[in-house]
Design a protein around this ligand. Structure first.
Ligand code: SF4
Length: 152
């Protein structure tokens, strides 16, 4: 693995997007950035531009409006990339799954590499999901190993 690829795995930049949930999982993601969990000490940065991201962190169920944005963000993120679905809504639609405007989980629109369970997902589980995502990112960068969705 080259220097640039190694740097991206050691200091991953994350784009966070909520496709339409209750924001409970988003608050837990923000908790990861507070001094209590402080994921920035591992080089993990929350950024606002998909073109700079290595990892897409998605919360909430996908609805008819947000599916276009999600697809757009995914396509703008450079390869190789990893997608983490945070919380039960991002996995299946959760409590919103029967709503008239909801498609379902994130994997209805883009491929998902890691699922983090919970409603809301706990910060410890989110950090654990990022660690798993980094392993998948490293494998994608070094050998092009393909992983099926649904690791967690
Ligand atoms: S999984 Fe729970 S906390 Fe997270 S967005 Fe859905 S309803 Fe809200």
């Amino acid at each position: 693995m080259g220097f640039l690829a190694r740097a991206r795995v050691k200091s991953p930049w994350i784009l966070h997007y909520c496709t339409g949930g209750c924001n409970g999982c988003d608050i837990e993601i923000l908790a990861c950035l507070t001094p209590l969990y402080d994921v920035e000490r591992f080089g993990i940065l929350n950024i606002g531009n998909p073109k700079h991201a290595d990892i897409l962190m998605i919360t909430g169920p996908v609805n008819w409006r947000s599916r276009h944005v999600l697809r757009n963000l995914y396509e703008q993120t450079p390869d190789p990339k990893v997608v983490i679905a945070i919380g039960v809504c991002a996995a299946t639609g959760g409590v919103f799954h029967n709503c008239y405007n909801v498609l379902g989980g994130v994997d209805k629109v883009v491929p998902v590499d890691v699922y983090v369970r919970g409603c809301a997902a706990r910060p410890e589980a989110i950090i654990d999901g990022v660690v798993m995502a980094l392993q998948k990112l490293e494998a994608k960068k070094s050998g092009g190993v393909s992983y099926a969705a649904g690791a967690r």
